[in-house]
Design a binder for this molecule. Sequence first.
Ligand SMILES: NC(=O)c1ccc[n+]([C@@H]2O[C@H](COP(=O)([O-])OP(=O)(O)OC[C@H]3O[C@@H](n4cnc5c(N)ncnc54)[C@H](OP(=O)(O)O)[C@@H]3O)[C@@H](O)[C@H]2O)c1
Length: 247
Amino acid sequence: MGIGEAFAREFARRGHNLVLVARSRDRLQALGEELRQKNGIDVEVCVEDLSDTESPGRIYEFCRGKKAHVEILVNCAGISCAGDFAEIPHKKLEEIVMVNVMATARLTRMFLSDMVARKQGSIINVASLGGLQGVPGLGLYSATKSFVITLSEALHEEVKGAGVQVIAVCPGFINTGFFKHSGHNAANLRLPISGTDVVVKAAIRGLRHNRIRIFPTLIDNILAFSQRLVTRSVVIRLAGYFAAVKD
Ligand SMILES: NC(=O)c1ccc[n+]([C@@H]2O[C@H](COP(=O)([O-])OP(=O)(O)OC[C@H]3O[C@@H](n4cnc5c(N)ncnc54)[C@H](OP(=O)(O)O)[C@@H]3O)[C@@H](O)[C@H]2O)c1
C-alpha cells in the first residue's frame, strides 16, 4: 500500500523485476499481477509479517531460493501509534520497534553483505521528517525514524567505497492510509499533504545524486534547514504543533 506501492509501480515502469513483501496476500497478488501484465516483468510475492523476528531471514532465503539478486532494497514498511507514550499498549510498542527498527536493520544487514560482495546495489530506507527530532504525541515513532536516519548515514559512508549506496528518504506528510492505520486524525495536520509519487521521485533523484538524506518537498527542505536557526525546544514544540496528534 501507500508509498511502498508507489515504489513498486515506478520500478516496474522502469523494467525492474520485483519482490513484493507485506502481510496482505490478496493485495500483493493483485498488484503483482497488474504490474506483470502492464510491464512484462517478473514479480514475486512474499507474504511476511515484519513484526516476527524471523521474517527478515525468511525474506532473504525466499529471494535466494528464487535466485533473485536484489539490486535495490526498499525498506518501506512502517507503522505508528498516535498518542501519549504512556498510553501505548505494550504489544503495540514492541510491534512498532520490530517493524520500524529491527526488520529494517536485519534486512539491511543481510542484503548489504551481498551488495558489498558484488560491489553493486542500493538501499533506500524510508525514514521521516519526524525522525529529525522527537515529535510529541509520536515519540516512539519519531525515535524509530531517527534510528533509520542515523543507521543510513553511517552505512552510506561505510559502504560508499564498495560501490553500494544507502540513503534515507525523509518525507513530511504523505497521502496514504498511514494516519488511519495509526489512529492519527489527518484532518488536524498543519502542513500540506503530498502524493506518494513525490517521495518516490525524490528517492530516485537522491540515488542519482548520491545524497545521504533526502527531503522530498521544498517545505521539507525548509523545515530541515531551519532547525539550525532555532533552539531545540522550539524545534520539538513546532513538530508537535504541525503533527497535531491531539484534537
Ligand atoms: N504517510 C506519511 O505521511 C509518511 C510520512 C513519512 C514517512 N512515512 C513512512 O513511509 C513508510 C510507508 O508508509 P505509508 O504512508 O505508505 O503507510 P501505509 O499506507 O500504512 O502502508 C504501510 C505498508 O507497510 C506494510 N506493513 C505494515 N506492517 C507490516 C508488517 N508487520 N509486516 C509487513 N508489512 C507491513 C503494509 O502492508 P500490510 O498491511 O499488508 O502488511 C503497507 O504496505 C513508513 O515507513 C512510514 O513511516 C510515511
